[in-house]
Design a protein around this ligand. Structure first.
Ligand SMILES: O=C(O)CCC(=O)C(=O)O
Length: 280
């Protein structure tokens, strides 16, 4: 699949599932920090927080627009035609319990035929002590899954094993990492006093249809909605309102086989053997 213009970068992303590309200017980091303080001066998150959790649509829109304005030109430099969505602050306050266990993000597109990525950029240097990202290289290719609201985590039984396989990704402030929504990733605890503030943005292949998946525990079916990109900003959990941003298109059975411990170990070993850190 061609995602990045440069073939070496494209191979690196495709093999490992993530890539660090580019860096914000000092002045851009400054502007984003200022915007964070504008909305969070007296309103600091007490637990892991994404601006999409908020019900304040004006706040979410301003943050999304500013992040997109700053990041879009960088995306256009490297990527084949794509569309951004879901710009937000992602904050990790100090906390002994703040380790974000290995997980996959929602699936937004039909991943067999289209691609979608998450972008993440810290506004201060991050390392193992204050909530750096952790990745399991190659894990976006371990197995096909559908992921959305309330859907079963295919790796729920293997969290401890995954924890031991994760690779830390320390980053300088302003560095930008892109990773597949399907890669297994997480982040370390923040043991510093200062909140760790970063930005996130998603992007998907241009013209790829987007979806939202909702697992119904009673019928054991996944309800599938075709979405417009603004849907995600307006959805804050619970029931889906029928709106012009999402159209119910049917149910799909959730019948993926679980992956065994040995399969994970073998796949992870192969991916980690071929992995080397590289910054482009
Ligand atoms: O910000 C973090 O610590 C982790 C973010 C993350 O895992 C995500 O956005 O899916």
């Amino acid at each position: 699949m061609h995602i990045l213009k440069d073939p070496d970068q494209n191979n690196y992303l495709w093999n490992n599932g993530f890539i660090i590309l580019d860096c914000l200017e000092e002045s851009e980091v400054f502007l984003l920090k200022k915007l964070y303080l504008k909305w969070h001066k007296d309103n600091k998150p007490k637990a892991f927080y994404k601006s999409y959790f908020s019900n304040n649509i004006n706040y979410k829109e301003e943050v999304e627009q500013e992040i997109t304005r700053i990041i879009q030109p960088k995306i256009s430099n490297y990527f084949l035609p794509s569309e951004p969505y879901g710009g937000m602050f992602v904050v990790k306050p100090k906390g002994k319990n703040g380790h974000l266990p290995p997980h996959q993000d929602w699936s937004f597109v039909s991943e067999k035929i289209h691609w979608s990525l998450n972008m993440w950029c810290p506004l201060d240097d991050v390392n193992e002590q204050n909530g750096n990202m952790q990745m399991l290289p190659g894990s976006h290719r371990f197995m096909q899954t559908i992921r959305g609201f309330n859907t079963k985590d295919q790796y729920s039984r293997q969290k401890e094993m995954l924890n031991n396989l994760m690779v830390n990704v320390p980053m300088k402030k302003g560095e930008i990492i892109f990773f597949f929504h399907g890669i297994i990733h997480g982040s370390t605890k923040n043991l510093n006093e200062q909140d760790r503030v970063s930005i996130g943005l998603s992007l998907k292949q241009k013209n790829a249809t987007t979806y939202f998946h909702y697992y119904n525990e009673v019928t054991k079916d996944v309800y599938v909605y075709q979405t417009q990109l603004d849907f995600y900003k307006n959805f804050t959990g619970g029931k889906i309102k029928s709106s012009d941003q999402s159209k119910y298109i049917g149910k799909t059975a959730f019948d993926f086989a679980s992956i065994t411990d040995n399969e994970i170990k073998n796949k992870a070993k192969m991916a980690l053997d071929g992995f080397g850190f590289k910054r482009f």
